[in-house]
Write a protein that binds this ligand. Structure first.
Ligand SMILES: [Zn+2]
Length: 100
């Protein structure tokens, strides 16, 4: 029962982190000490008036991957974040032309 409880606690924490990720860099907002309430972006990405740096999705992917490498994250985690970044609000843009 203890293992199950530990697992559920970890799962709940992960779920909470998933639904409160910064919608620009993907960092769980629970880790942002300077987070502003009602703001979907972390304080490193957005200062309340606008984005701190003008980036494209590819730039953000490179930045996040570099960070994960330094933290010795597994290839699976790095791949997950590579995919996850594209689903965030800042990068979900409607294309004017093309299929889909
Ligand atoms: Zn961010």
């Amino acid at each position: 029962m203890t293992i199950a409880k530990t697992f559920l606690t970890a799962l709940k924490k992960q779920w909470l982190a998933e639904r409160t990720r910064c919608q620009s860099c993907g960092m769980p907002l629970i880790y942002d000490a300077h987070r502003r309430t009602g703001q979907p972006y972390c304080s490193y990405c957005h200062d309340g008036a606008g984005f701190v740096s003008d980036m494209r999705l590819a730039d953000m992917r490179a930045r996040v991957d570099e960070l994960l490498r330094r933290r010795r994250a597994s290839a699976l985690v790095r791949f997950y974040m590579y995919w996850r970044l594209a689903t965030l609000r800042r990068w979900r843009t409607r294309r004017e032309s093309g299929p889909g």
